[in-house]
Design a protein around this ligand. Structure first.
Ligand code: SF4
Ligand code: SF4
Length: 729
């Protein structure tokens, strides 16, 4: 029987391995590293072939890496809405990193310290601490993998399975499981076969297994009376486990760059290179646009290619997507992975296909893209910061260029081109909604105002939303602030036509507005609609007007970068009014006494992180506010974004109906909720529709925050506008 002499607290790294085995091990190591390195080189050289990304993504690298490390190590995105998934991923990640660091320490000790300096630091207390930590975190790793196996194969969590589920998913998880469990088995056999050294108690998992091996009577080579030909000795089993573990590790490392495990590298790179403003600002297109949309997979930028490789197939995006939930033909994960599969097929010699088109012959179908509400829920849920909307906009721009556009959208584009609004109504009627006000509105083009109020299309032309506009005018008047509008110089803001791919029309609208703003004197711009607020605040400052100013088709001459320094304050109206309430310029005495719930509009909440201003205002009316189960960043789109407002879909259920059901059945107050409060004209339109089609007319009322405020002000001091009595006109 061969026992390792433990004269000091450490262990022999290659115990039981012959010099031939040792040489073979290093040959395999060299081959594995070569295969791994080639795979990594291949992946990154492919990104280098991708087209240039319009956003700076490699600036401030130290900061980017630090914050990406914080996001990755904290697993904060994995914990979002999913405690089980967060713990599972945290255990796997922390365990994996610990084992990786431990292996690196061992390599440094072997090849630097011992080999070069003749002295090992892997002894004594350091060794004991090392062994304890490796066992503890290794155990966490195995538990995490066990949780993943349980969720995937036992519970069969629906979101983990999809069109792109493949054998590689099984191989990935079972290889990790084999490495974790095999590592402990190997450790246990080593401890057992080396005579249970006392100090190895710190390797508590391995020591426990060694005790178990003793209890079941696995023989050791030196045991008296043991047949020398006996195969199953502890030493032999250790040798077998050592090689199995090593070969599995070699396989995993060599395979890593070529399949699903690559997400471990790609996803970190993806988080490092993320755009903090992704989605809320879309990339510009050059004035001399030439095949920069999605004619071929080569048009995609390196970051869009990296997005595809970073996808872990976790399905978090699919699970929160309102288009998928309402049975529209869209799954955001599938779009990203369809593009990736097509790219890989092309690299393997497949014939080219149209990337996106109408009629089912392309990689992505136009109906899929039309289904997207641009709500950003997918991006908010994605743990690896995939920027779905950047790729989706590329696809939408391609559809627009090809003319594969839904007829309703086409009509909207025509209306905007001819009349400057999405309704196709005369521009001169834009401010007619104000005729019923008891006071005159100031023309912001001729007088200095504190607030330049960008009213927006729906509050200007849609009957139900005109009531909201009048309510907001009443509030601003009651607060005694100077405010004015642009009358027929206001046009549609362009936010949603941009999102469905009509970029040049968007630039035209943005150019017109910034030129108009420049001719006015005001302190801040206030928007009724979160969509207008988003694009004026985040996108107008980024448009390269200079590139288009000389274009005879563009109706503007403005050739600078508008609001480059952020000097012009752009606000959603709830932010402006909340500030007035806080400053004491508007009195709200909390006179209302019923129960309401509030729906966070995507463009105000997820897009721009404004959750509190509308809530503060609702509370100031005296109403009891009960939260929707899906609130703030988890809010569920009304279905109107991304052009959804203008198109017809076969949906079951409609997102608006589902949301009203949620308000009445899933909030803490249940059916006691009398009013569903919104802060967006598009939401108002969608929910008024959902209230009718879903049969909720008697159950709940849809009210804008502005209308609620007027009701509260009315209760104190009549203003002449009573939303309950006002009939739409
Ligand atoms: S933006 Fe919204 S609708 Fe579009 S894919 Fe993402 S979650 Fe779905
Ligand atoms: S895109 Fe993001 S959220 Fe969706 S499956 Fe891939 S990694 Fe998960």
């Amino acid at each position: 029987m061969t026992f390792l002499t433990q004269s000091e607290v450490t262990r022999e790294t290659y115990w039981g391995i012959s010099s031939t085995g040792y040489a073979l091990f290093y040959l395999l190591t060299a081959m594995t590293i070569a295969i791994f390195a080639y795979g990594i080189y291949y992946r990154f050289s492919r990104y280098a072939e991708g087209s240039e990304d319009p956003f700076a993504r490699l600036n401030d690298l130290p900061d980017r890496i630090t914050s990406a490390a914080r996001i990755a190590l904290s697993n904060e995105k994995n914990f979002d809405r999913d405690l089980y998934g967060g713990l599972m991923h945290a255990f796997i990640l922390w365990g994996f990193l610990t084992l990786l660091i431990a292996t690196t320490i061992l390599a440094v000790d072997d090849y630097a310290s011992t080999f070069l300096l003749g002295e090992s630091f892997w002894v004594g207390d350091f060794y004991l601490a090392y062994q304890f930590i490796v066992d503890a975190l290794g155990l966490l790793f195995v538990v995490g993998i066990g949780m993943a196996i349980y969720r995937r194969y036992w519970v069969r969590n629906e979101r983990l399975w999809g069109r792109h589920t493949a054998r590689e998913d099984d191989i990935f998880i079972w290889t990790l499981f084999g490495l974790g469990v095999g590592g402990f088995a190997l450790e246990g056999l080593r401890i057992y076969a080396t005579g249970m050294p006392e100090h190895e108690v710190v390797s508590f998992v391995g020591y426990g297994l060694a005790l178990a091996f003793g209890a079941i009577g696995i023989p050791l080579a030196g045991d008296p009376g043991l047949n020398p030909a006996a195969g199953l000795t502890g030493e032999n089993l250790h040798w077998l486990a050592w090689w199995s573990h090593s070969l599995l590790a070699f396989f995993f490392i060599a395979w890593l760059p070529y399949a699903k495990p690559f997400h471990m590298i790609a996803s970190f790179a993806n988080v490092v290179t993320r755009d903090e403003k992704a989605g809320k600002r879309l990339p510009n297109v050059p004035a001399d646009l030439d095949a920069t949309n999605a004619e071929s997979i080569d048009d995609f930028t390196w970051k869009e290619l990296l997005d595809q490789d970073a996808c872990t197939k976790c399905g978090r995006c699919s699970a929160v997507c309102p288009a998928k939930a309402s049975d529209r033909p869209l799954d955001p994960r599938d779009v990203i992975l369809d593009l990736k599969s097509y790219r890989e097929e092309r690299e393997s010699g497949a014939e080219p296909q149209p990337i996106v088109a109408d009629g089912g012959t392309s990689v992505i179908d136009s109906e899929t893209m039309e289904s997207c509400m641009a709500c950003m829920a997918c991006m908010d849920a994605c743990p690896v910061e995939i920027e779905h909307l950047q790729s989706f906009t590329r696809l939408n721009r391609q559809l627009t260029d090809q003319g594969d556009v839904d007829p309703n959208l086409q009509e909207v584009f025509q209306n905007v081109m001819q009349h400057g609004n999405t309704f196709g109504n005369p521009a001169r009627n834009r401010a007619d909604w104000a005729d019923d006000l008891a006071f005159e509105l100031t023309d912001a083009r001729t007088e200095h105002v504190e607030y330049l109020w960008y009213v927006g299309d729906y509050p200007s032309y849609d009957d139900r939303n005109k009531q909201v506009a009048r309510s907001l005018a009443t509030i601003l008047q009651a607060a005694d602030v100077s405010f004015g509008i642009l009358f027929d110089d206001e046009k549609y803001d362009g936010n949603d036509v941009r999102r469905v791919g009509e970029e040049f029309l968007y630039v035209e609208l943005a150019g017109h507005h910034v030129e108009t703003f420049e001719d006015c004197e005001f302190d801040s711009i206030v928007c009724t609609d979160p969509h207008s607020y988003n694009t004026i605040k985040n996108e107008y400052p980024e448009v390269d007007f200079e590139a288009f100013a000389d274009d005879p088709i563009m109706p503007f001459e403005y050739d600078e970068q508008w609001n480059a320094d952020g000097e012009v304050d752009v606000l959603h109206w709830t932010q402006a009014i909340e500030a007035l309430v806080t400053e004491g310029r508007l009195d709200l005495d909390g006179t209302l006494d019923y129960t309401v719930t509030y729906h966070d509009p995507c463009h105000l909440g997820r897009y721009n992180d404004e959750y509190e201003a509308p809530r503060e205002l609702i509370r100031a009316t005296g109403c009891e506010l009960v939260e929707m189960p899906r609130n703030r960043a988890d809010s569920f789109c009304c279905g109107g974004g991304g052009g959804g407002l203008w198109m017809d879909f076969d949906e079951e259920p409609k997102p608006s109906e589902e949301r009203l059901r949620e308000a009445l059945e899933d909030t803490a107050a249940g059916e006691a909720v009398e009013t569903f409060v919104v802060a967006c004209p598009m939401c108002m339109t969608m929910y008024e529709d959902g209230r009718k089609t879903g049969g909720y007319e008697d159950a709940i009322e849809i009210v804008d925050v502005a209308e609620l405020l007027v009701e509260a002000i009315e209760a104190d001091e009549p203003t002449g506008i009573d939303r309950a009595q006002e009939s739409p006109n």
